[in-house]
Design a protein around this ligand. Structure first.
Ligand code: CAA
Length: 380
């Protein structure tokens, strides 16, 4: 895969790998067990520039390309998918959304603290009755002249409590359907903003996922992103890039599980030899290795297309669809190779198997990716 990565990108990958091994690995099992947010680790990620990788240095970012960002997420995810999703949402949904579509004043006020990691962002699209069907927004942003009054509930919000800057998608003109939807920047300190209880999740338990409740929250009009009614397109365009980040996360989980399983297979003995010498295990390793290489090509291709200014709706959906399947399949097989040890926490692969599942659900389920892909390949 070296032919796709520059010397500078290799150094970024190495820096992320070193950080993950030194700072994320210690305590990763306990954070998962206790649902503990990696406060100190995220602070260090900010200091290293990992929270605003693609943001212009004029706004405190690292000014790097999407492929560099993907390499960072991939390396973090090999060890701790909870930390990587915190970074992924901040980078590719919140920072990218504000930098690409926000006003200069919004960038000055909100992008800088997000890009430097001083503040964390959240992206609030899903609702109790609007997950995949994202146009059916029930959260209302009523136009009151110089401000909006926001009412409603958002569900399954990553960084739900740890964030302090929220991009909230809400309906202003229900009669216009998706063309009436707006995207608003909402501050946590706003009166009427309430964070619901933490979700007790199957995986990525170190990240905090909450529902959010808005009760007559006053949002100044200057906090609307883009033109009146641009909110749904804003969400869709932003999610296309977000899917590259989740695809990279899935790729990293797959690689992490595969590397552990390969090492274990070369050490563990059964029937008088290392289990890697048994064809039953070898064939599993072959499938894992081959599928990971294929997933990596799709993920890097989507990142390259974004960097080259090409349309990446199709490539990002394909990368997420395939990499998340490879993550799930690889993690299940890794547990199988570990046998009984795979079922206990200290060997890490059971956590990776639980973490892998969410990559097939958030930022669009696999079924939604297939819908997006089918539309793209069939359109004239
Ligand atoms: N880029 C730009 N525009 C897009 C677009 C894209 N990727 N996808 C759709 N649009 C545009 C369409 O072109 C259309 O505009 P025009 O009428 O001007 O052509 C408009 O948006 C409406 O699109 P559709 O008619 O396709 O809308 P739809 O109701 O059929 O829905 C969907 C399309 C693909 C199913 C969409 O609803 C979707 O992506 N759903 C999944 C939502 C999702 O990913 N949720 C995840 C929550 S966020 C999250 O998980 C973050 C986290 O915390 C980790």
């Amino acid at each position: 895969m070296d032919f796709l990565i520059s010397e500078e990108q290799k150094m970024i990958k190495q820096a992320a790998k070193d950080f993950a091994e030194l700072e994320l690995l210690p305590g990763v099992i306990e954070r998962d067990e206790n649902q503990e947010f990696p406060v100190e680790q995220v602070k260090k990620m900010g200091e290293l520039g990992f929270m605003g990788m693609m943001v212009d240095p004029n706004f405190g970012g690292s000014g790097l390309d999407t492929l560099s960002y993907v390499l960072m997420i991939e390396e973090l995810s090999k060890i701790d998918a909870s930390s990587s999703v915190i970074a992924s949402v901040n980078n590719s949904l919140v920072c990218w959304g504000i930098e690409t579509f926000g006003s200069e004043a919004q960038k000055e006020k909100y992008l800088r603290p997000l890009a430097t990691g001083q503040k964390i962002g959240a992206f609030c699209l899903s609702e109790p009755e609007a997950g995949s069907d994202a146009t059916s927004q029930k959260t209302m942003a009523v136009d009151k002249g110089d401000h909006y009054i926001l009412n409603g509930t958002k569900n399954w919000i990553t960084n739900g409590n740890s964030a302090s800057i929220y991009l909230v998608i809400a309906q202003t003109y229900p009669e216009k359907g998706y063309k009436g939807i707006n995207a608003l920047i909402v501050e946590k300190a706003s009166p009427g903003f309430e964070v619901g209880p933490k979700e007790n999740k199957l995986g990525i338990r170190g990240s905090d996922t909450h529902s959010l409740i808005f009760n007559d929250v006053k949002v100044p009009k200057e906090n609307r992103i883009g033109a009146d009614g641009f909110g749904f397109k804003f969400a869709m365009k932003t999610l296309s890039g977000g899917r590259i980040g989740i695809a990279a996360q899935a790729l990293g989980i797959a690689e992490g599980a595969y590397e552990l399983a390969k090492k274990y297979a070369q050490e563990r003995k059964a029937f008088g030899t290392e289990i890697a010498n048994h064809q039953a295990i070898r064939f599993k390793l072959v499938d894992m290795h081959t599928q990971i290489e294929a997933a990596r090509l799709l993920v890097y291709k989507a990142a390259k297309e974004k960097d080259e200014g090409k349309d990446y709706v199709l490539s990002s959906a394909m990368a997420k669809l395939y990499a998340s399947k490879v993550a799930m399949d690889t993690a299940v097989e890794a547990v199988q190779i570990f046998g009984g040890n795979g079922f206990v926490k200290e060997y890490h692969v059971e956590r990776m198997m639980r973490d892998a599942k969410i990559t097939q659900i958030y930022e669009g389920t696999s079924e939604i990716q297939k819908l997006v892909i089918s539309r793209e390949i069939l359109k004239k």
